[in-house]
Ligand binder design. Structure first.
Ligand code: GDP
Ligand code: MG
Length: 447
């Protein structure tokens, strides 16, 4: 489906956000631009797009994530909510209250009324209702035969009279027969455009049949025009819901859905192909989940959780500044290295360090060594990690080396590295960072 494209570009935009270290105004601006590009490509109306992205931006900047949720996750949720809003919040809801429950389909020529009559018949048949359909289209010569073929497929009665030219007469002729059914679906004639004549005809059939649901069938390939058409039909005959067909075959599906979404009548079904099963009840929430790929959305949120959060990085940099740094921090630093990027990222958060050019490689550590050190640290007790200088004597070092399956030399190397790092961190304190970096050039240890 063409909307898959919209889905993948929206996912990409959110993916970029998830991967960014900070959710600042710049990251949000970038997200907003990507969203705009994706939605405009899917033919969503420019004004709607800008209104939507403006709301997303101001909410993302103003609102704080609730407890237990990171700001990134929360922004993903805001995007999700606003996309649902764009599509009109409400979706499929048809309560079969009366008997027979009458559903009348209206729309222009070729919008997919007859096909959808068959599809909706099948939809309710599967749900256990006794269904009949009736053809009141006296304009199209083959209208009756077309519906008859569909009815035969479903094994349901098809009422109609290809020789009769007056639609009301057709209905009256079968009115009694129709009473036996739970649901009666009334197919009607269309025109090339919404003409007075068409409105008059629909009004008359409506008055006579008193349907509980009047569903306007719109083809997705009309794109943004869907809004105007839906509005015009609604004013003329009062529609209770919309069906957007041919969502499978057009890049304009986004425009049709979003356009139709702003009308008073909610989109209740979407048509996704020519076959009788290619119909889905429309639910904006589910729809957005699907085009964003709920599974992918989960991974995305997962990713946002994994990447060290802004607060965490801030906390780390504060510790660095205070020189209040122990082996636990070193361990945390190491385990988050890969996820949050090199230490230089953390340094960027320290005022004065952000703009500095840190020589390449200076802050990098060999991966293999890091892994070994991690294992060594895992063999230490909490006390030892918190204050290695105080607790780590030869016998403990030996115990740790054994536990980690390594040599005491290796443990001592880690400790030496730690002491150097700590010394360096302490020197950061209260000094001009620029000058400091010059002092450290070439001397900086592993991390
Ligand atoms: P009507 O004039 O409004 O009754 O429209 P029809 O039901 O006769 O449909 C017109 C054309 O659109 C037919 O060729 C259908 O097969 C096709 N059609 C209807 N719904 C869909 C849909 O959801 N997807 C696709 N690809 N084609 C559809
Ligand atoms: Mg038709």
């Amino acid at each position: 489906m063409v909307l898959d494209k919209l889905g993948s570009s929206l996912r990409e935009a959110l993916g970029k956000l998830a991967k960014s270290l900070l959710v600042d105004e710049k990251a949000i601006d970038e997200l907003v631009k990507e969203l705009q590009r994706s939605l405009l490509k899917a033919d969503v109306n420019v004004q709607q797009v800008f209104k939507l992205t403006e709301t997303i931006k101001s909410r993302a900047l103003k609102e704080k994530a609730p407890a237990g949720m990171s700001q990134k996750e929360y922004i993903v949720k805001i995007v999700y909510d606003e996309l649902v809003n764009l599509l009109g919040k409400e979706g499929y809801k048809i309560d079969i209250k009366t008997k027979p429950f009458k559903i009348m389909l209206v729309g222009l020529f070729g919008s997919g009324k007859t096909t959808t009559t068959g599809k909706i018949a099948k939809f309710f048949q599967k749900r256990g209702y006794k269904i009949a359909v009736i053809q009141t289209d006296t304009w199209r010569p083959a209208a009756y035969t077309q519906l008859k073929t569909l009815g035969e497929q479903l094994n349901i009665p098809v009422f109609g009279d290809p020789k009769e030219k007056n639609p009301e007469k057709i209905y009256k002729k079968f009115e009694k027969d129709l009473e036996k059914f739970d649901i009666v679906i009334i197919d009607t004639a269309g025109r090339d455009a919404l003409s007075k004549e068409l409105i008059e005809e629909i009004k008359k059939i409506g008055k006579l049949t008193k349907p509980s649901e009047v569903l306007l069938v719109l083809s997705a390939d009309i794109g943004q025009v869907a809004e105007k058409q839906a509005q015009a039909f609604h004013e003329a005959v009062g529609v209770t819901g919309l069906v957007i067909t041919k969502m499978d075959g057009t890049a304009k599906g986004g425009g049709a859905l979003a356009g139709a979404g702003v009308t008073k009548a909610p989109v209740k079904f979407v048509g996704l192909g020519e076959k009788i099963d290619d119909l889905e009840p429309f639910d904006p929430t589910r729809f957005v989940s699907r085009i964003l790929g709920m599974g992918d959305l989960e991974t995305l949120l997962e990713k946002a959780r994994e990447v060290v959060t802004e607060e965490k990085a801030q906390e780390m940099s504060e510790k660095l500044i205070k020189g209040d740094f122990n082996l636990i921090d070193l361990y945390e630093q190491m385990s988050s290295m890969k996820k949050m990027g090199p230490l230089s990222k953390v340094l960027e958060l320290i005022p004065g360090f952000g703009k500095m050019n840190i020589p390449e490689g200076m802050l990098e550590t060999q991966e293999g060594k890091l892994e070994k050190w991690k294992i060594i640290m895992q063999s230490m007790t909490k006390k030892e990690l918190e204050d290695p200088e105080k607790y780590l004597d030869s016998s403990r070092i030996e115990r740790i080396a054994k536990g980690a399956g390594t040599t005491t030399a290796e443990v001592r190397e880690l400790l030496k590295q730690y002491k150097q790092s700590k010394k360096m961190m302490k020197m950061f304190k209260g000094d001009n960072p620029e000058k400091l970096m010059k002092k450290f050039k070439g001397k900086l240890p592993g991390m």
